[in-house]
Design a protein around this ligand. Structure first.
Ligand code: E4P
Length: 224
């Protein structure tokens, strides 16, 4: 399972890109709006921070298939590198996905809440499908089970589409998606940090430091 960062906050992107094995960034119109700044300046800076090789997923704001395709072409041209257009599931979105597949622009079909939607998106040629785990949990919909069912059905029908689970509010949701064989998750900076933190780890590191300092003071291995 690979990790993406679900934010347009440049400080968070810089931090996680430096310290975590993240494979890219996902955004949506709500995430972009939160930064309340010039759109192109923001997405181009994100590309500069993560480089050409990491995935950048940007969501369309258009509703009609032809307009979605036009936005995708423009975004891919300006942002270059590993670029994915996020398209919400729906008739126009499916039509756009089939057109974009022919143009070689990979689609992340988003706002997925059921395995039936995911299968249709995969058939249309989506590279990723993005089920929203926490939004399902909020309505007692069992987000992890939906992710698990999507992983199974894509494998059963031998489809190459990967599952990019989104909308997480805690580490347990992410962990259970990993156990379900989910290919990719997109998480906030807080969740990214939470995934590696453990009080026993902190205690172990404090003991290592205390024991070392008791004998060698502030010397490091490089000082010997
Ligand atoms: C990503 O594709 C989704 O847009 C995002 O993860 C939704 O997260 P939220 O439910 O926290 O808004």
């Amino acid at each position: 399972m690979i990790y993406l960062l679900d934010t347009a906050d440049l400080n968070a992107i810089q931090h996680c890109n430096a310290f975590y094995p993240m494979s890219g960034v996902t955004t949506n119109p709500s995430i972009i709006s939160k930064e309340n700044t010039d759109f192109w300046h923001l997405v181009e800076r994100i590309r500069n921070v993560i480089g050409e090789n990491k995935m950048l997923h940007v969501q369309t704001t258009a509703q009609k298939a032809d307009d979605i395709v036009a936005e995708a072409r423009l975004l891919q041209k300006r942002l270059g590198g590993s670029f994915y257009i996020k398209v919400p599931i729906g008739e126009e979105g499916l039509k756009a996905t089939m057109l974009l597949k022919k143009l070689g622009i990979p689609v992340t079909m988003t706002a997925i809440f059921t395995p039936a939607q995911a299968l249709m998106a995969a058939r249309a040629g989506a590279a990723f499908v993005a089920p929203y785990v926490n939004r399902l949990d909020n309505i007692i919909g069992d987000g992890v089970q939906v992710v698990s069912d999507i992983v199974k059905e894509l494998s059963l029908h031998r489809l190459d589409t990967q599952v990019l689970a989104a909308s997480f509010k805690n580490m347990e949701q992410v962990h259970k998606c990993a156990l379900a064989g989910c290919h990719c998750v997109t998480v906030s900076e807080d969740i990214m940090r939470g995934l590696i933190s453990h009080p026993m780890t902190n205690a172990a590191i404090e003991t290592f430091e205390r024991d070392w300092k008791a004998v060698y003071g502030n010397k490091t291995i490089l000082d010997f």
